[in-house]
Write a protein of this length. Structure first.
Length: 168
């Protein structure tokens, strides 16, 4: 029975050198620290232009060159950088998405504000949803609109008209 031979695998091995280490979608690079005489490690997600994290890196035994990267150090930096990215994403989400529950007309309504931070025309969408999850109202508002219990009650009292819009 003839054996079929697979073609050699493409050269996709990640780089794992003393000052450059890749794996799990991340690249760690040891760079000269611009703020002092030491070294820093720069963690960058694959495909991202900016590093997610830059932090001090340990000097080697000669006190001039950086300590080489190794697998344990790299995976510790991956975990740290991933946490930094996760916290940043959570903070951004919290800034762009606000929600609260208010009583309106005898029933509780879930009021949410979702901000779209467009460079040219930022805006937000104000939405009211009832206890069954059905959308009761939705209007587009300025990105600067402040959602509070007071502004939500005012919006409900004005029959969900766009805040700042004159009543008929």
């Amino acid at each position: 029975m003839p054996q079929t031979q697979l073609p050699p695998a493409p050269d996709t091995q990640p780089i794992q050198e003393a000052r450059l280490w890749q794996g799990d979608g991340w690249t760690a690079r040891v760079v000269k620290n611009e703020d002092d005489d030491g070294w820093a490690v720069e963690m960058r997600r694959d495909g991202q232009a900016e590093p997610a994290l830059i932090a001090p890196w340990t000097m080697g035994r000669d006190k001039k060159n950086p300590k080489p990267l190794d697998a344990p150090a790299f995976y510790t930096w991956v975990k740290t950088a991933s946490e930094v990215v996760r916290r940043h994403e959570q903070q951004l989400h919290a800034q762009l998405h606000k929600a609260l529950r208010v009583g309106g007309g005898g029933e509780a309504l879930h009021i949410s504000l979702d901000i779209t931070p467009d460079d040219d025309a930022p805006y937000a969408v104000l939405t009211a949803t009832d206890a069954q999850g059905e959308q009761r109202a939705q209007v587009r508002v300025a990105a600067s609109f402040k959602l509070s219990e007071s502004s939500a009650h005012d919006w409900i009292a004005q029959d969900f008209r766009r805040p700042g819009q004159a009543q008929d």
